[in-house]
Design a protein around this ligand. Structure first.
Ligand SMILES: *Cc1c(COP(=O)(O)O)cnc(C)c1O
Length: 491
């Protein structure tokens, strides 16, 4: 399998090159040249999570010997809290795909636990010597998952930038207490988009790259712009489908909807790709919070980022520039990189662009967009807990509310899986407030209170965070991010 850039200005590359590069040299994102067909067995048969993941991923990573061990270590090596890895659960008639059973309690672990293995194999295959320094911007969950995944891996360093004041207290503590000599965490004054575009600027900084290269260091990315982050996510859509068949909720071949709480568009795009590989999908329901750029995009065919980014109780979706949308735009337009370039430059210069009709049509065939503000999110957390006994985190609650609205509006009764992206204890403050109606400052200590109130236990990984020593105290201006990198890699 070869990978092409969405901007059409770079040569096609191998999978190992795509993983090492992260972003294509022309600033585009790598997309596979074609989508391999899933075998019916992969969608239906009972099998271990790692085996299905390997079957789904193998055609994308030809020549990677070691995939079997990689997925085995990632998913069944004691990092996830049970052998199911990504179970589908049913509560009050709704089905949830729980993607938060990994070490950091959010869905980013599903891909990030595999990514170090993909890096290791890719380095060997490309003969890449020297160190890799992974630069990530995080809206809260990617950062911790990347730190945890790459901790103490020789030859790889990770720098993680998060928006100052823009993540939950538990998310912040998870990051700033992170141990590992090869890791650095820094807050950035600004919001997630500032952090993400700051990192993009670092990738484009040829002077920085050249000087790093002299010191034997090259940069890469663990954000979902990296194909190695996206590919492992396809597998859990296939796994959810097989579980729905096993539970008798659908028959093999039946269509299934997924409702996905969406920020950077990586998760939902992986679902769409599963559909391109032959998974029988109905609609992909794209759920946004008050930062509803994608809702407008799907409804009206106009991408318009000219608005203030709002801080919400679902911070991992506080995003106006959904980087993976670029991949979808490229694919829906039939690989029209000229169109992608045009759209991306109007977005950069004017903050807005309109989709051509053919893309708009295909987009609204495959996707439905809906959004939900904080008060509705809280009301959903409360009513779902009280009526159905499930404790949803704010991101999953956004998806649930949007799904209910979708059914109400369309009457679509296709079986649907709501993708549950985080454990509620990562967002104790917001969840407790939703349940009690009492406002209080977010603090990791609220976990005990939430346990008492709900009788649902807090994951071990999130307990005692406030007692751990803080190891990372840097707060940088966006303009200082380069200096942070230089200091860490000593150039
Ligand atoms: C990252 C994240 C999302 C958004 O996923 P994208 O792939 O960026 O669309 C949603 N919920 C949680 C909890 C997340 O961590």
């Amino acid at each position: 399998m070869r990978y092409v850039s969405t901007r059409g200005g770079s040569e096609p590359v191998s999978a190992e090159r795509a993983v090492i590069n992260g972003l294509a040299p022309d600033g585009g994102l790598y997309v596979p040249e074609s989508f391999p067909e899933l075998s019916p067995g992969a969608m239906r048969d009972a099998m271990k999570y790692a085996d299905r993941a390997r079957i789904v991923m193998a055609p994308y990573f030809q020549g990677f010997d070691g995939m079997r061990d990689a997925v085995e270590a990632a998913y069944h090596g004691g990092r996830f809290d049970g052998p199911e890895v990504a179970p589908v659960t049913v509560a009050g008639g709704a089905c949830y795909l729980e993607l938060w059973h990994g070490p950091t309690c959010a869905f980013k672990d599903m891909a990030l636990q595999v990514l170090p293995h993909l890096f290791k194999m890719s380095r060997k295959m490309t003969g890449q010597s020297g160190d890799i320094c992974i630069l990530t911007a995080t809206s809260g969950d990617t950062g911790k998952a990347a730190l945890e995944a790459f901790r103490d891996i020789p030859g790889i360093r990770v720098i993680c930038f998060y928006p100052h004041g823009g993540v939950s207290e538990t998310q912040r503590l998870q990051m700033v207490t992170q141990e590992g000599a090869n890791l650095l965490v820094s807050a950035v004054r600004g919001n997630f988009d500032d952090a993400q575009s700051g990192v993009k600027k670092l990738f484009d900084d040829t002077d920085l790259k050249d000087r790093a290269a002299l010191a034997g260091v090259s940069f890469s990315s663990a954000n979902s712009i990296n194909w190695g982050r996206l590919a492992p996510q396809i597998a859990y859509y296939v796994s959810a489908y097989a579980q729905m068949c096993a539970m008798g909720k659908i028959k093999p071949g039946d269509r299934l909807n997924f409702c996905v709480p969406t920020g950077n568009f990586g998760n939902i795009l992986a679902g769409w790709i599963a559909g391109q590989m032959g998974l029988p999908l109905g609609r992909l329901i794209c759920a946004s919070n008050a930062n509803n750029v994608l809702t407008d995009l799907i409804a009206r065919g106009r991408y318009d980022r000219r608005r203030e980014l709002k801080l919400t109780i679902s911070p991992s979706m506080d995003i106006l520039l959904s980087s993976n949308w670029e991949r979808c735009l490229y694919l829906l337009s039939g690989g029209d990189s000229e169109l992608v370039n045009g759209c991306m430059s109007s977005l950069r210069e004017e903050g807005v662009y309109d989709l051509p009709d053919k893309v708009k049509g295909r987009l609204s065939e495959d996707f439905y967009g809906g959004c939900c503000g904080d008060s509705e999110t809280k009301a959903t957390i409360r009513s779902v807990f009280e009526k159905e006994g499930a404790l949803l985190d704010p991101h999953t609650a956004v998806a649930r509310a949007v799904y209910d609205g979708y059914v109400h509006r369309t009457g679509d009764d296709t079986p649907t899986v709501i993708v549950s992206t985080a454990n509620a204890y990562k967002f104790c403050g917001a969840v407790l407030e939703a349940l009690t109606g009492k406002e209080r400052p977010d603090s990791a200590e609220l976990a005990e209170e939430l346990q008492r109130l709900t009788g649902i236990s807090c994951p071990v990984a999130l307990m005692g965070l406030s007692q751990k020593p803080v190891l990372h105290e840097t707060v940088a201006e966006p303009g200082e991010m380069r200096r942070v990198v230089e200091r860490f890699i000593k150039i």
